[in-house]
Design a protein around this ligand. Sequence first.
Ligand code: LLP
Length: 428
Amino acid sequence: MAVPYQVNQAGELTIGGVTATSLAQKYQTPLYVYDVNSIRNQMRAFKTVFINRHIDYAVSYASKAFATVAMYEVAAQEDIHLDVVSGGEIQTALAANFPMANVSFNGNNKSAEELGMAIDNGLGTIILDNFYEINLLHDLLAERNQKQNVLLRITPGVEAHTHDYISTGQTDSKFGFDVNSGQAQQALAQTLADPYLNVLGVSAHIGSQIFDVTGFQMAATKLVDLVHEWGFEPQVINTGGGFGIRYTKEDQPLPATEFVEAIIDTITEKTTAYGMTMPTIWIEPGRAIVGPAGYNLYTIGSRKDVPGIRSYLSVDGGMGDNIRPALYEAKYEAVLANNPSAPSEQVVRVAGKYCESGDVLVWEQALPQTKPGDVLAVLATGAYGYSMASNYNRNPRPAVVFVEDGKDQLVVERETYTDMLRLDKHYQ
Ligand code: LLP
């Protein structure tokens, strides 16, 4: 099978046509690097499925996966919609001059301030999650005498096969209106009767890092069955995100587009059978758009060999820039940047520099011999890495670099110690 990275003629790892070692040298490590072409290609691949099948659609990038001004600018260039989940993401969209009509707002506890920010800035669609929010939004809209497009987030009772922490579609969930208890139907009645709300349709998100189309088929079926049962013809059905990607060779995801084909098939068949108008289909991929495009570059430092047990190879980053292994036991692959295809001569655990035993970046990695100063690249780190980064142990967050067609550009500066101390006040 082809390796999931590119090399130049000298056999060195390249990202967007630039060697990883030169990027590490120019911008220092740890460093987040994105291959922008990969991001664009994935966005286009999702859109193409809908276009080829003449289906009205919105591909809404779930920007929690990686939310920066430059990323939102790429999404806008590709005519991709944006899903946000906080005031901070709304502000990022505004800073990127993103067309706010193409933004949706998800979340189970949006504040009055955040909802106000959304409606005052013309944010296209608010995805309502609970009764508290319906009433809050109603009051804010009434004060302004303004109308707002909304979707209702439904918990369809479909549990996708994934790590428990990242399942959000089962009945025991903090997200969305529950179906079995009648809350979802009640929410529809209330919102349809509300003069300030224009209910476009329904929304669901069944989980993350899903490898199988079945969950999406079940969720889509459930959504169409429900709206039919309620006598409601939605203009929009949003089946969420969650399309799985390859982190290691154990992961064999379907091409993301196959998930979309399955969703389209299900919604077409079901709505045709019920004699309903075909709705616009929305999807909200996050990980599938940015995950494979991202590389975390580190410099190798210390090493500890525990005889008969294992070797720890430590790098200059860790759980502050990628918490996923520590938090979800997530697995990654790493390669030596100057020679990713060299035969392996050792198996190591790649550890970070943080004061915690669980601070691991790669649980088990075969590598050629390495020495301090070598650059290590962890692959497929583009989703939920930078966006979940922290200043744990008072380490500054790394810079982010975009590379495209042989050109690299700094899109987020490396945090400085001064940046980190900026909010601290003396206690007198
Ligand atoms: N739509 C909604 C409503 C969501 O809650 C999510 C993710 C997505 C779309 C995008 O899912 P994706 O396509 O990226 O799988 N921090 C975890 C992932 C949490 C996902 C939460 N919701 C991780 O690092 O794996």
